[in-house]
Design a protein around this ligand. Structure first.
Ligand SMILES: Cc1ncc(COP(=O)(O)O)c(C=O)c1O
Length: 452
């Protein structure tokens, strides 16, 4: 079952196939099913992946919401190669190397005004945990060490570290792991299924859902709450678009009660919503912002946390001489990742990726909502270059229809992402109208084929 063919039989290593699938314990994967029915991509170029057999699969998900500039971008790979030849690695603890400083400065150029202090991590999960730790350190530095409560939101996803997992609102991601972080609370999800169904862009109704923060303040006391962390648009749990005014309300309440507002921009950053960050499109500036994915076009893992000058100054200036924040990773600001980030930011600017996303958003929205009458479609949501098509579950078999649609799309040359029975789409921002038509055409056929 696992003997596909010896790797040596493949002439081109870029398209070789493994001869043993057992050793790799795959993440967020049905390992038993996968290893019986492997599905591989071996090469990527522009809008497409290619299977080891050379079959093209259009990437409707930018990998995992991360290859915003498309695949195989020569500018990025060459920058990584050049950097590897000059400096492969150097520590960032009590030592520096120039390219990490350059990358931080370039990121600060496009973050919202005032969010100018950049801490490097290696993933979205590490960015989430870093942001929460910075928030706790900030309050302690201000003499409010009792502010330890962290508030997230139901159906929020902030990665898989203990902090992000605990503040995140996905039961399925938590139930295997015991009690997790204490003193966490969750706001309700922003999604009101009946009222929001088939809304284009932001729903009008639901800003009041932010007011639940007042209940938590009344229950615990404002001076116990350190931070609220939310995604501007929840991606992983099926594309939940914030109602008009919701984030503004959350901002007001956080400011009123001295609570830090953290935006998890791991998906919404770097052009996905037609602006540099979701904060810009949605008109709300947080105190801390996490990012990853599109930062390096995913060519080398890298995450970052942008903190306000106030947060940075408070933590740094209140510390006695010596290290101010006891946090960091061996690979924070890794030279290859920094090189990839700089090359990606060059492409981001030169090709105006946010502008491209904005320009094609109306066609994207139109195509997504054209599936409204397809069988079992119960909702369609979209914002920026993100869309979700929600399907009714097969009675007694939740997730089966979604999985089958995913497999049919892949077999027919389109990669979509599935969460339960929700199909999520987030293509590279270089997408053109012909790709949009192909993605939604293939998806429609797959949904029809799974009508029964
Ligand atoms: C909003 C958000 N935060 C955090 C993460 C975690 O990122 P990573 O998988 O790089 O740890 C993700 C991943 O999808 C995400 O969507």
């Amino acid at each position: 079952m696992n003997e596909i063919r010896p790797a040596s039989a493949a002439a081109d290593t870029a398209t070789s196939r493994p001869n043993n699938l057992e050793a790799y314990w795959m993440p967020f994967t049905d390992n038993r099913y996968f290893k019986q029915h492997p599905r591989m991509v071996a090469r990527g170029e522009g809008m497409s992946y290619f299977t080891p057999e050379g079959r093209e699969v259009i990437d409707g998900t930018a990998g995992l919401w991360c290859c915003n500039a498309g695949h195989g971008r020569r500018e990025i790979t060459e920058a990584i190669q050049r950097q590897a030849a000059v400096l492969d690695y150097a520590p960032n603890f009590q030592l520096g190397h120039p390219i990490a400083f350059e990358a931080a400065a370039r990121i600060a150029e496009i973050t919202p005004e005032g969010l100018d202090r950049v801490f490097f991590t290696n993933s979205g999960s590490e960015s989430g945990d870093t942001a929460l730790k910075i928030a706790l350190a900030y309050h302690r530095a201000r003499g409010e060490a009792q502010r330890t409560r962290l508030v997230g939101r139901e159906r929020g996803y902030h990665g898989v570290g203990f902090g992000g997992m605990s503040v995140g609102g996905i039961g399925g991601n938590r139930k295997q792991f015991g009690a997790l972080l204490p003193y966490t609370d969750h706001l309700p999800s922003t999604h009101l299924p009946g009222q929001h169904a088939f809304t284009r862009g932001q729903p009008e109704h639901g800003a009041h859902l932010a007011d639940v923060l007042e209940n938590l303040v009344a229950l615990h006391g404002a001076d116990t709450i350190a931070a609220v962390m939310v995604e501007p648009v929840a991606g992983s749990t099926g594309v939940l678009v914030p109602p008009v005014g919701y984030l503004q309300r959350l901002r007001e309440l956080c400011t009123k009660h001295g609570i830090l507002l953290i935006f998890d921009e791991v998906i919404t950053g770097f052009g996905r919503l037609g602006t540099n960050f979701g904060a810009e499109r949605l008109g709300v500036i947080p105190d801390i912002m996490t990012m990853a994915k599109g930062l390096t076009n995913a060519a080398v893992p890298m995450g970052a946390v942008a903190a306000s000058n106030d947060v940075y100054d408070t933590v740094v200036n209140s510390a006695p001489n010596g290290i101010e924040l006891f946090h960091g990773y061996t690979y924070s600001g890794h030279p290859l990742a920094a090189a990839a980030a700089l090359a990606t930011l060059d492409l981001h600017r030169a090709e105006d990726l946010p502008g491209r996303a904005r320009a094609i958003e109306p066609a994207w929205q139109e195509a997504a909502h054209s599936l409204r009458d397809a069988p079992n479609v119960t909702d369609i949501r979209d914002f920026g270059l993100i869309a979700a098509v929600e399907l009714a579950a097969r009675p007694g078999k939740p997730g089966e229809r979604g999985q089958n649609v995913f497999r049919r799309c892949f077999d027919n040359g389109v990669l979509v992402r599935v969460t339960g029975d929700i199909i999520a789409l987030s293509p590279p921002l270089i997408i053109e109208k012909a790709h949009v038509d192909r993605i939604f055409g293939t998806l429609t056929e797959a949904i029809r084929a799974e009508a029964g």
